[in-house]
Design a protein around this ligand. Structure first.
Ligand code: HEM
Length: 432
């Protein structure tokens, strides 16, 4: 006999609403639902009735045991409209072919080559900082992440385009962020067409330029061009996917890490000491980067508290049975990484910043599927290693050069395309 899936009925909705108003956070409301209703519950908004799943059993169910019965592609969603046939929104054979074409450029053997670019891009942006001024780290980290992504994976110098394409990129991110379209799919979205065409023009132009340059296939763009069956439209879809998925996540991770360090001066002090023990100004080796153990713990704790991708969205391709609850075919299914990372059953004082949770000994004791900032299973994050190497390099380089102090300003977690610190992370930057 199937069990009825608990719904966000009136009583719990009132509790959740109270939390929403108090903390200005939808995430707080989701926490109330999960605490009151359990690991599976259905949100019941008009026109939007996803089944939410949280916790390790649910993660294993979505990411591994039932993954073939769940689709990533949802026709009509803005993310599909924007990325068309990008690897993120395709399924089956097409997905596997695309993923295979992109994997080599993100393999661990490639990371050595990226260290210098990551180091230099950080320098390039820091050179614009004036000693003693205030800067928004959400903006600065986006600039760094964009320069790194494009130079390593597309082999282009994006600096001359940064200002011109800044708004189109932000608009594209806004286009796929949760909004009215969630409950009103046909809502008019004026103003997007023009800026999205600007992005397309740029991407088609770098594809054409690369086709004309012979023999450069050792990056992501080169690899795509060499893959049989890839036309320019399909390559554009992968480039845009990587441009968005590969920089917006790093931007969120880096700015949350700096925010958390700014809030915890003793952790900042330890991270600074570690970073300043590295040789500089030359870029360090990958081995030296791997040896930044405390920064590693800080980054992992930032990913736990504020996972940039805080949920994974799917569509049930057929009826699914999760622990006796039947999820009908066609239902939108969402597994929450954020809720899983904050469950009291698996995390002691989950709201507290504590990088020590990620010492090697504590890592060994962690139960499987309780920590999933990069998802899991065969469709885990293709850029997980890239993102971790990048965040360590960028943070180490900044902390070598500057002392950062958090300016007084309340920050909340905003559910955009990623989980972002809003309105930003204002910090005083003082040259070391
Ligand atoms: C730095 C922090 C990053 C975080 C926290 C992150 C997180 C994630 C998560 C959770 C997923 C799986 C989502 C799901 O299960 O629905 C994912 C998938 C993906 N990520 Fe990342 N990501 C990061 C960086 C990157 C980078 C740097 C790239 C590209 C260079 C990238 C490209 C992708 C792509 C293409 C997928 C889809 C993979 C597939 O479907 O086969 N990500 N990411």
């Amino acid at each position: 006999m199937s069990l009825p899936i608990p719904t966000t009925n009136q009583d719990v909705s009132l509790l959740a609403l109270r939390s929403l108003i108090r903390d200005r956070s939808v995430l707080g409301a989701l926490e109330v639902f999960q605490q009151q209703l359990g690991s599976i519950f259905q949100i019941t908004l008009p026109g939007f009735k996803p089944v939410m799943l949280a916790g390790p059993e649910a993660a294993r169910f979505v990411l591994v045991s039932s993954r073939d019965d769940l689709r990533w592609r949802s026709e009509g969603d803005p993310v599909t409209a924007l990325l068309r046939h990008g690897v993120l929104v395709t399924d089956g054979e097409q997905h596997d072919t695309l993923r295979r074409a992109m994997t080599p450029s993100l393999h661990k053997n490639m990371m050595n080559r990226y260290v210098e670019t990551m180091w230099r891009a950080t320098d390039q942006v820091m050179q614009t900082w004036v000693d003693g001024e205030q800067r928004d780290m959400l903006v600065e980290m986006r600039r760094i992440a964009l320069l790194i992504l494009t130079e390593t994976l597309f082999k282009v110098d994006f600096a001359p385009e940064l200002n011109r394409l800044w708004q189109p990129i932000l608009k594209a991110i806004q286009y796929i962020s949760p909004g009215w379209w969630v409950i009103w799919p046909g809502v008019p979205r004026p103003g997007y067409g023009r800026v999205l065409r600007q992005l397309d023009d740029y991407l088609f132009q770098i594809i054409r330029a690369r086709r004309a340059a012979v023999g450069e296939a050792d990056d992501l763009l080169g690899g795509l061009i060499m893959t049989p069956g890839m036309d320019d439209d399909l390559i554009r879809d992968q480039l845009l996917t990587m441009l968005i998925a590969g920089h917006d996540t790093s931007t969120a991770l880096l700015s949350w890490s700096l925010y958390l360090l700014g809030k915890h001066p003793e952790a900042m002090q330890r991270a600074v000491e570690e970073a300043r023990a590295l040789p500089f100004p030359e870029p360090p080796s990958l081995e030296q980067i791997t040896g930044l153990h405390y920064l590693d713990q800080v980054i992992h704790e930032a990913l736990r508290m504020y996972p940039p991708i805080h949920l994974g969205a799917r569509i049930a391709a057929q009826d699914l049975d999760f622990q006796g609850y039947i999820i009908p075919a066609g239902t939108r299914v969402m597994y929450s990484i954020y809720l899983t990372h904050r469950m009291k059953a698996h995390w002691n004082e989950p709201a507290r910043f504590n990088p020590e949770r990620f010492t090697p000994e504590n890592n060994r004791q962690r139960a499987p599927y309780t920590y999933l900032p990069f998802g899991g299973g065969p469709r885990n994050c293709i850029g997980a290693l890239f993102g971790q190497v990048e965040s360590k390099i960028v943070l180490a380089r900044i902390l070598q050069q500057y002392s950062l102090m958090l300016a007084q300003q309340p920050v909340h977690a905003h559910m955009g395309a990623t989980l972002e610190p809003r309105p930003g992370v204002m910090m005083n930057v003082r040259r070391h």
